[in-house]
Ligand binder design. Structure first.
Ligand code: HEM
Length: 408
């Protein structure tokens, strides 16, 4: 590294845990104001660039001179353990870690699965799934109900299972492994074990699908590779792992946070309950407000690049803080206010540029359906505990809630 940690916030390690679920950490705001492209120290000591301005964030994420290859030595590694990088050197990387033509080819193989037409066809099934879990909540005698277990996790888990062709009866297995993989407090051993177990499970599942294909995404990917005479089982395991993990945990956290946020802002909630046509816009604002993916939008420079007058040298790591960018007052007026009426669709909660989230429109349908259904069918829903007592995931790489007790 050619420059040392900027003097703006000496001693502060990044990423910073959110003290309040409804605010960005003070350190992010201070850094964005003073130096939106700054050198910071990660937990574990590694130095990296931290991009906190909205314009600067988009400039980095759209620029192909920044690589997503997480196997590179200086790649930002908030886990602080080099074994993670080592592990990725022996396996085909998931799409999110690929660059250039390789990335384009991997993404193209999947885009047909996420077209608006295909997703629109899924909507009625998603509505039935949400209704089914709300039925179960209403039928339950005991209160409070933990919304995370009753709705937030099962909805996206069942949806992604059906899409991929993963048996839902195995949800306990992949949910617990995913949770361990992204928990910052889990030891490196625990996280690696969880990752290996999940890959092992999906490798077995894919082997079964080779002889007994179904009408699902993974079977179609197998058939597609076979037709081309290029069956690559290991890379399919990476694809399956990436989709399964990305497909349920993120959306689950957004459901929990969205419900908590809406219940804590009843004057805002009323705007969608009185007119469901407003829900899509509200979902964009909730995505912006919580910007739950903290460090996945990381990169490494492949050559010297100037961003906002700052030179990022070749081989230096960069973390784009989606939360900080989405709270940039230069773009979102009064960003700390949850304002469901604002036009927020240009947020970068789903990233930006070539790696922008492949599953974003699926996530949107799930979130819209959950919020519409839940508040319509349980109008008296409320938090069963003060918001300060809710265990939020201050220490995970994807923000969310471990539990959300609700009653009505
Ligand atoms: C609220 C829910 C979600 C959020 C906040 C979210 C966020 C993100 C972000 C920030 C990225 C960009 C990573 C980067 O730039 O390096 C990303 C990529 C990705 N997401 Fe999502 N995601 C969500 C839901 C989903 C779902 C439901 C799926 C799958 C069904 C999914 C699949 C993916 C994939 C495959 C990529 C990699 C795309 C690429 O590298 O080209 N995500 N997501």
């Amino acid at each position: 590294m050619t420059e040392t940690v900027s003097s703006e916030l000496p001693g502060q390690e990044f990423p910073v845990a959110r003290g309040c679920p409804f605010a960005e950490p003070d350190a992010y705001a201070r850094l964005r104001e003073r130096k939106p492209v700054s050198k910071v120290r990660l937990r574990g000591g590694q130095q990296t660039w931290w991009v906190s301005g909205y314009a600067e964030a988009r400039a980095v994420l759209a620029d192909r001179r920044f690589s997503s290859d997480r196997r590179k030595d200086n790649y930002p590694n908030p886990n602080g353990d080099p074994r993670f990088r080592e592990r990725f050197r022996h396996q085909p990387p998931p799409m999110v870690s690929l660059d250039g033509a390789e990335h384009t080819a991997a993404r193209r193989a999947l885009t047909g699965e996420f077209t608006m037409k295909r997703l629109a066809a899924l909507r009625p099934r998603i509505e039935r799934i949400v209704d089914g879990f709300v039925d179960a909540m209403l039928a339950s005698d005991s209160r409070p109900v933990d919304l995370v277990q009753a709705l937030s996790l099962p909805v996206p888990s069942l949806v992604i299972c059906e899409l991929l062709g993963v048996p839902y009866r195995d949800h306990g297995h992949f949910q617990s492994r995913t949770a361990a993989m992204i928990r910052r407090t889990a030891s490196a051993e625990e996280r690696l074990r969880a990752f290996d177990e999940l890959r092992g499970y999906l490798a077995d599942l894919l082997a079964r699908k080779e002889s007994e294909p179904g009408d699902d995404l993974l079977s179609r990917q197998l058939a597609r590779q076979r037709e081309k005479g290029a069956l690559d089982r290991e890379s399919l395991v990476s694809t399956a792992t990436g989709l399964l993990v990305a497909g349920h945990e993120t959306t689950a956290n957004m459901i929990s946070l969205g419900v908590a946020g809406l219940l804590e802002h009843p004057e805002q909630l009323v705007s969608i309950t009185s007119d469901p046509a407003r829900t899509p816009r509200a979902v964009e604002e909730l995505l912006r407000y919580f910007s739950i993916v903290e460090t996945a939008t990381s990169r490494i420079a492949t050559e010297d690049v100037e961003i906002a007058g700052v030179t990022i040298r070749a081989d230096e790591g960069v973390i784009v803080s989606g939360l900080s960018a989405d709270w940039d007052p230069a773009v979102f007026e009064n960003p700390g206010a949850l304002d469901l009426g604002r036009e927020a669709r240009h947020h970068i909660a789903f990233g930006y540029g070539p790696h922008q989230c492949l599953g974003q429109n699926l996530a949107r349908i799930e979130l819209q359906t959950v919020f519409d259904t839940l508040f319509r069918r349980i109008p008296g829903l409320r938090l069963a505990e003060p918001v300060d007592d809710i265990p939020f995931k201050a220490n995970a790489s994807v923000y969310g809630a471990y539990a959300l007790p609700v009653t009505w």
